[in-house]
Write a new protein. Structure first.
Length: 389
């Protein structure tokens, strides 16, 4: 049985806010003592971080604390962006601990082979059930290199998480505060993971017929720019909508799936357009035979994509109830995208019910698509832990 609770406090000094949020989290959990506390804080909390962590430990009795800074923080109560805020979640389990925290802060380990170091500390290699939740600082760690270092070693465990944000960036582990470190959680279970990349497919899917590395020279034997132009013109009122939106490429992850829809693509930026040759350059390598469909991202597309993701999560839950969840939301979403506060948290609560949730607005997200782990941007990643009997 999992006992969990969260608390969100906006405004007071970080240590005072942490104390209040911790009391709220413990009261909501109903537990006498927490196995672990997860803490996300706005960047202004850095100068009070040691006393913040001390307050969390004293109130919750948590054996371990892990967390990081964010451009904003959130719980099921709402989202706090651009304001001083502290979010605390406590988790207690009967029997074997569900969450095992870790921190890699040694520069030699981070620079040499961080993937091997994580596997050594987490014991997830080859585990049938297990998930790696990471909270890296991108100032000193390349997300793509991290996933490359884990590829083949961690399979089939999914990697989820978010990149610390704010200025200054900082990470928290037990009583210590660090910069450029990699904290996280080894999870002795496979939670449900929902990925909302905030896009809607436009035009039709086609097969790439000529590509070298990240440059696409032809799609279905035609100019990629022609295909892109046709896709944009399928958008209703595209002359008004597209200039305010973002246009991206969606690369099908499962080559055998048909038809393709939302959730079947890895969304990547268009890095360059060559109007003379018609070629398109992406930020991701492309291969001949891969299916591509262009994608549109704006507030409406992000809203619809989130709704579709939550519908998939609702179906996957069946009659189970979430014990708690963690939501990694991109700093490029939130109120700046939707024009209204609390959008994603409100939709999560309305579609999946009331249960403890914690998260933050970060500089990028980690989540699997089609069974393969990827680094994302402008994405919302919901990690959901169903209640155990």
């Amino acid at each position: 049985m999992i006992a969990a609770g969260s608390g969100l406090v906006i405004g007071p000094r970080a240590d005072e806010g942490a104390r209040e949020a911790s009391h709220a989290a413990m009261a909501a959990s109903g537990a006498e003592r927490a196995d672990i506390a997860i803490v996300f804080a706005s960047a202004d909390a850095y100068r009070h971080a040691p006393s913040l962590l001390d307050a969390v430990r004293r109130v919750t009795g948590a054996r371990s604390i892990v967390g990081c800074s964010g451009a904003g923080v959130l719980t099921e109560a709402g989202e706090a962006e651009g304001r001083p805020a502290i979010a605390v979640m406590v988790v207690s389990t009967s029997g074997t601990p569900l969450l095992t925290p870790f921190m890699v802060s040694d520069r030699d380990a981070l620079d040499a082979d961080v993937g091997a170091e994580l596997l050594r500390r987490t014991n997830l290699a080859g585990a049938e059930d297990g998930t790696l939740l990471i909270l890296p600082d991108a100032m000193n760690l390349d997300p793509a290199d991290l996933l490359l270092g884990l590829a083949g070693r961690l399979d089939p465990a999914p990697v989820v998480g978010g990149v610390a944000a704010g200025m200054p960036l900082f990470e928290m582990y037990d009583t210590g505060v660090a910069h450029g470190a990699l904290p996280g959680l080894a999870i002795a279970a496979t939670p449900l993971v929902g990925v909302g990349q905030g896009c809607e497919p436009i035009g039709e899917p086609y097969v790439v017929t000529d590509a070298v590395a990240r440059v696409i020279h032809s799609i279905a034997g035609r100019s990629p720019l022609e295909i892109l132009k046709e896709a944009i013109e399928t958008v209703p009122e595209y002359e008004q909508r597209v200039p305010r939106a973002g246009v991206f490429a969606g690369l099908a992850v499962d080559l055998g799936k048909s038809p393709l829809g939302r959730g079947d693509f890895l969304v990547r930026n268009l890095a360059g357009l060559d109007r003379e040759s018609g070629a398109i350059t992406l930020t991701e390598p492309v291969f001949v035979g891969q299916t591509i469909q262009f994608q549109l991202r704006d507030a409406q597309a992000a809203h619809d994509d989130l709704e579709a993701m939550l519908a998939r999560m609702r179906a996957a839950l069946g009659d189970r109830k979430p014990a708690f969840g963690v939501y990694f939301n991109c700093a490029g979403r939130g109120q700046g995208l939707y024009g209204t506060p609390n959008h994603d948290v409100t939709r999560i609560r309305e579609r999946l019910g009331e249960w403890p949730l914690i998260g933050f607005f970060g500089n990028g997200e980690f989540a699997p698509v089609g069974g393969e782990n990827f680094f994302h941007t402008y994405t919302g990643v919901l990690v959901l832990f169903p209640q155990m009997n």
